[in-house]
Design a protein around this ligand. Structure first.
Ligand code: KG4
Ligand code: ZN
Length: 338
């Protein structure tokens, strides 16, 4: 029997300082996330300088906590993996430099991971409450990555073998949630706040537009956002209650994302659908996708949908050789993976 491979994953691309230990790309040994949301809330969005400074303040504690919670020491670790991009440059730099220093000091390999690819790998992690017995997602799969900065639909043929099917042409889905949250005065981040407000209106009467972009797997959410603005300003008649607008907005986003992902999965002969990224924490999206998909849908638990170190470690396990980095690893805020 070969010894289990423990990878320490570090993530600092945006506003969570996160570290986790994952065994063999699958078993979650620890998952520590220090969120900075409260620091950015009063600005209504993430302030890059504030993010980097806070990452720097807490990163070592977060790493220590991840090792302690895993009951592991540096001698047990097989590698240090870190988000190399995409993300905020200054924020990424803190994670990359910390990972480099720790890997070098402890004589461990360093791996540079793509944040978006890693979001998909949250679906490889075994956690309580998920399919029992553990089932690895079968490939090929269609992956829908919906985060604050990206909305990508990809075909995953194998580990490291991707084809882009579509992406947003303007706002990312999470960005739209955040902007609408701000418009409705619900605070930051908008995603969870809009979902909470929408719960009061299970079936909204208000119907907001859907950008289907037929014949393409691309998305567009900026028209919807504008329509929300006109609606709350009363330009389409008396403004409806905010909860009604929140529910109608969420309905539109969920309808488009779930329909287009399900259609792509069928067309591409995918064996499953992988939902991932912060917006994947959205309950109605998870339900709609499960109801519409022609193939099984994998969705990480909400804590593994939003940014975390576990997905970085899991991705590094499957892409160990390809992601092996030198001591000259630099963060790349626009890093692509497909
Ligand atoms: O993946 P993530 O944590 O960070 C990025 O890589 O961007 O995604 C953050 C995004 C934010 O826009 C946030 O509003 C959205 O995910 N989000 C949600 C929910 N939870 C987080 N959107 C809709 N419903 C949610 N429950
Ligand atoms: Zn993310």
């Amino acid at each position: 029997m070969t010894a289990p491979r423990l990878i320490l994953g570090i993530e600092t691309s945006c506003d969570e300082t996160a570290a986790a230990v994952v065994e063999d790309g699958r078993y979650l040994r620890s998952n520590v996330v220090a969120s900075q949301t409260h620091l950015h809330a009063r600005y209504g969005g993430v302030v890059p300088e504030v993010a980097s400074r806070h990452h720097l303040e807490v990163i070592l504690q977060v790493v220590d906590a991840a090792l302690a919670e895993a009951g592991a020491g540096w001698n047990d670790a097989a590698a240090v993996a870190v988000t190399a991009g995409p993300g905020l440059s200054g924020a990424l730099l803190v994670g990359v430099n910390t990972a480099k220093t720790l890997a070098w000091a402890h004589g461990l390999p360093l791996l540079g991971v793509n944040h978006l690819e890693a979001h998909l790998y949250a679906n490889w992690i075994e956690v309580e409450g998920r399919a029992v017995p553990y089932e690895e997602p079968p490939l090929p799969a269609v992956g829908l990555i919906v985060s604050g900065g990206h909305t990508d639909l990809v075909l995953m043929r194998g580990h490291g073998d991707y084809r882009r099917l579509g992406r947003t042409r303007d706002d990312a889905a999470g960005e739209a949630f955040d902007k609408v949250g701000r418009l409705l005065g619900l605070g930051f981040p908008g995603g969870p706040a809009v979902e909470r407000a929408a719960r009061a209106v299970p079936r909204p009467v208000l119907r907001l537009p859907r950008a289907w972009l037929r014949g393409s797997d691309d998305f567009s959410f900026s028209g919807l956002k504008t329509s929300v603005l006109h609606t709350v300003r009363g330009e389409h008649g008396a403004p409806p209650p905010l909860a009604e607008v929140a529910a109608a907005f969420q309905d539109s986003v969920v309808d488009v994302l779930s329909k287009k992902a399900a259609v792509a999965a069928a067309r591409e002969g995918a064996l499953c659908l992988l939902l991932s990224g912060g917006v994947a924490a959205n309950g109605p999206l998870r339900e709609a996708l499960a109801a519409r998909s022609p193939v099984p849908v994998f969705v990480p638990p909400p804590v593994l949908c939003t940014d975390n170190g576990a997905m970085i470690a899991a991705c590094a396990h499957y892409r160990f050789d390809a992601q092996r980095a030198g001591w000259d690893l630099d963060p790349d805020s626009g890093l692509q993976f497909v």
